[in-house]
Structures are given as C-alpha cells and as structure tokens.
Design a protein around this ligand. Structure first.
Ligand SMILES: [Zn+2]
Length: 236
C-alpha cells in the first residue's frame, strides 16, 4: 500500500526533498533560526507538470541563489506564462526584494506567489518597504497556514513511511500574529508585533501593541482572528 511507504521509496523526487527535522525547525513560526530555506515550484504554460526543488542560504541569500540558478538554467519565453510559487522560512530582505523586482521586470511572463513562515527583521523600514514594493509589483505574499504546511510536507519533505498526513501542527496563533503584521506592512502602518528572544531558555516572545490607526485600518476579520477584539453584542 502506498500509505505504508515514504516518498523516498521508488520516488524520483526524493533528491529534492528535505528531511522532516529540517522542515520542522526551518518552518516553525516560533523559531528564529538564522538560515533560510526555500521550497519552490514552477509551472510552464498549460503544462500540468510541476518542477519542484529546494534551496538554502549559501554565502548569498537563498532568493538570489534561486534567481541566479533559474536565469542560467531556464529560458523564459515572453509568450509562455511561468507560475512560480515559493515557500520561504523567512520573508525576503529589502535587497532580495529589489532583486526579485528586477527579475520580474525582465521576465513579464512570470507570476510569483510567496508564502512565508516568518517575517524577517520586520521592524526595519527598508524590509517593510521591500515587501510593499513586491506587492505593488503584483507579487502575492501570504503567511503560511495549515494548508501550506500540509502541502509542503507532502511535496517537499522526505516524510517517514506511513506519515504523509503527519505534517507539523504549529499553534495557529503565531501564524495569525504574523498575518496581522503582514497586513500592517502592506497597508503602510507602523509595526504592531514585537518579537524578542530570551537567550537563557531559548523562548520566543511575541507582543502586540495596537494603535488607533491599526484598529481603524486593518480589516475587522483579521483583528477578530487574533482574539484581541470582540464583535459588539447588542441586548434588547
Ligand atoms: Zn535577502
């Protein structure tokens, strides 16, 4: 039975899969691991074939490695649409955002969707502007949620035999907080999420500070999801 086997058993895709422990530490929204991991897939035109691969930081950021690799190995025909999806453990820094924009300018047939597990140095105004510029350039950026963790586990992780449904269930509150902060970035609002690390016990602390502008601008359903505000209840 297929469910008794891991993807490595006779699967030609096993070379591009990462190990379960790597996925769990790289993509845990509570971990502030220094390196970045990228899981990516490309689709060309109307082809149903999906080309998947993975990458990590070297001396360059993983986004730049991807752009160098893809432009040297692939020819982008202007009339053939190419869809690229990234699953990144950290969102791109401002320099990588700039490089991505240049790549998209040079390759108008490409669309890019980026799912991120965490926001990289999100208090830095340049990083915030970089992400905003990407969105204004037509790039979709979202925080990874349960469906993306499930998808990555099945398609990019060398999961143990019989464990294809055992993707890591990280507490959704962290994803909600990052999604809230990403909204602030895209809307040009000041940061509301502060993240700190206590070195002795390796714990990560998240603190939310919402100002009036946040309450006035962020869609209510996003705020409701954090549990910070409640819908008004009217008694008659
Ligand atoms: Zn970078």
């Amino acid at each position: 039975m297929a469910s008794d086997r891991g993807p490595s058993a006779g699967d030609a895709t096993s070379r591009r899969r990462i190990e379960p422990w790597e996925f769990e530490v790289f993509f845990d929204p509570r971990e502030l691991r220094k390196e970045t991991c990228l899981l990516y897939e490309l689709q060309w035109g109307r082809s149903r074939d999906t080309w998947r691969h993975t990458g990590k930081n070297t001396t360059n950021h993983v986004e730049r490695n991807f752009l160098a690799k893809i432009t040297s190995e692939r020819h982008f025909h202007p009339s053939v649409h190419c869809s690229i999806v990234w699953f990144l453990s950290w969102s791109p820094c401002w320099e990588c955002s700039e490089a991505i924009r240049e790549f998209l300018d040079q390759h108008p047939s490409v669309t890019l969707v980026i799912y991120v597990a965490r926001l990289f140095q999100h208090m830095d105004p340049q990083n915030r502007q970089g992400l905003r510029d990407l969105v204004n350039h037509g790039v979709t950026i979202q925080i990874m949620g349960a469906p993306e963790y499930d998808y990555c586990w099945r398609n990019f992780v060398n999961y143990p035999p019989g464990k294809e449904a055992h993707w890591p269930r990280f507490p959704p509150v962290w994803m909600t907080l990052y999604a809230l902060e990403l909204h602030c970035i895209i809307l040009g609002l000041p940061p509301c999420l502060k993240i700190s690390r206590r070195c002795q016990n390796q714990l990560t602390f998240f603190r939310l500070t919402l100002q009036n502008c946040h309450y006035q601008t962020i869609p209510p359903h996003i705020l409701l999801a954090t549990g910070l505000i409640q819908l008004p209840v009217i008694y008659r």
